[in-house]
Design a protein around this ligand. Structure first.
Ligand code: ASP
Length: 450
């Protein structure tokens, strides 16, 4: 029997979890404050993690040309048929609405289950651990957020400042600057609508070629997917500290539970009742993209795979997918918005406060806003969570000690990052399908094999 590519990827993922678990339990020489593996474990994991890194780099390599060429070609094409305004409004409406629904699921669950409390008081074991190792945790956050501004509300304003690069090549030279890349792409696309016919034809012809090339290269890169996925997941599982994981179990389950509600209930309902398509077909069409998002924890790195799956499996036109997906990979992050909300409220619970309604609204608003600015890369929401926590007040006072709590949450961040990224990517793809349907396209009707 010949296995299909997605079956190979899924098999690699399961094998990585199993082998990673064995290594974690048999090769650890110390577990506090960081998990350290013995020589064999380190070499074994290191070798496959290296292959995983190669796969990730190959995907990242094509994001910039893919986003730039997709947006410019899509908008210049829309200019001709005059649908830009309509499509823009639908797309933004979908992004805001679904992110809002996601946040509400998270908010409801974290307030109901209260993972930060034991018998109505902050979990003493966690508080003790955070107080004891607060410096280590703060250092971890500092290392992760190095070079990124995380102060007050000004940091939210920064999101918009980051959109305009000081030098146009900055937008092309850094995968963390997706907002500026989108801004430059939009600018070029609009300019193309007013330049001479000959200039437009030349530039568009070239960019259409670039777009096709990126998709062909994606096909080639996906041959590496099983081994890449194996390496990335193996490293995560092998280096996850079980002790801290246990302490954070309730929090972990609240995040995972709300993500699952969004993934398996809210988005399918939107597909069924607004898009009028069969949700299971959408899951099936997006299987490779979901597995890649889960393994890489990066919506941006997954974008080429999502694009290909939507066009080839779901049958969404280039016109819609090229417009909705690159924007969505940066701007529409349902899982991230939900996660930020739960993490912030959990942290406040650990500090012993019940967040008043007005402050919960602030958290929702900031989670919506910051999820737009969060880059589609691993652990990117960390900065957003810091921004939100720096702006929450109780009786007019800013909270202290939040840095160490965020550092502590890092212990389970990777598996949650993998899960929220899969939700982010699935929501982008549902947006494209719903919008394509509303534009009269027939999608998800033929199930092409990948
Ligand atoms: N890793 C997420 C993504 O790429 C962003 C985040 O929540 O950290 O979509």
């Amino acid at each position: 029997m010949k296995l299909k590519p997605w079956q190979l990827i899924l098999g690699a993922l399961i094998a990585a979890v199993a082998i990673g678990w064995i290594i974690n339990t048999t090769c650890a020489t110390s577990r506090e404050p960081e998990l350290v593996l013995n020589g064999f474990g380190e070499k074994f994991v290191g070798f496959f993690a290296y292959l995983g890194e190669l796969f990730l780099r190959a995907l990242k390599m094509i994001i910039v040309p893919l986003i730039f060429s997709s947006i410019v070609v899509a908008i210049a094409g829309l200019g001709k048929t005059g649908g830009f305004g309509r499509l823009g409004v639908k797309t933004l409406g979908y992004y805001v609405l679904t992110s809002f629904f996601a946040i509400i699921s998270g908010l409801a669950l974290v307030n109901w289950i209260q993972p930060g409390y034991v018998d109505g008081k902050p979990n003493p074991e966690i508080v003790e651990k955070i107080t004891r190792d607060s410096e280590t945790y703060e250092d971890k956050v500092a290392a992760k957020t190095e070079g990124q501004k995380v102060q007050g509300l000004g940091a939210v304003g920064d999101i918009f400042k980051r959109m305009i690069p000081e030098n146009i090549f900055d937008a092309f030279g850094n995968n963390g600057r997706m907002l500026s890349l989108i801004f430059v792409s939009l600018l070029v696309a609009f300019a193309l609508m007013v330049v001479s016919q000959s200039a437009r034809t030349a530039v568009l012809g070239f960019l259409e070629g670039v777009n096709e090339i990126t998709l062909v290269v994606t096909n080639w890169i996906m041959f590496l997917a099983p081994i890449g996925v194996f390496g990335l997941v193996l490293k995560t599982v092998a280096y996850t500290g079980i002790e801290t994981f246990g302490l954070l179990g309730k929090y972990f389950l609240v995040v995972l539970g709300s993500l699952l509600i969004h993934l398996l209930v809210v988005l399918p309902l939107i597909l069924k009742f607004i898009g009028k398509v069969n949700p299971w077909r959408q899951f099936y069409a997006m299987r490779n993209a979901l597995l890649t998002a889960f393994s890489t924890a990066s919506s941006s790195a997954t974008l080429p795979v999502t694009m290909r799956a939507l066009r080839e499996n779901a049958g969404v036109s280039n016109r819609v997918s090229s417009f909705v997906l690159p924007l969505g990979a940066t701007v529409n992050m349902d899982g991230t918005a939900l996660y930020e909300c739960v993490a912030v409220i959990f942290a406040v619970q650990l500090l012993g406060y019940d967040l008043p309604m007005s402050q919960q609204f602030l958290v929702v608003a900031l989670a919506l806003l910051t999820s737009i600015g969060v880059a589609g890369i691993p652990s990117a929401s960390l900065v957003a969570i810091t921004i939100i926590l720096n702006n929450v007040t109780i009786d007019g006072e800013y909270l202290a000690g939040t840095g160490a709590i965020i550092g502590f949450l890092l212990a389970v961040d990777r598996p949650l990052d993998m899960s929220r990224t899969a939700v982010n990517v699935f929501s982008d793809s549902c947006g494209a399908v719903v919008i394509a349907k509303s534009e009269g396209e027939s999608v998800l009707e033929n199930k092409t094999e990948m």
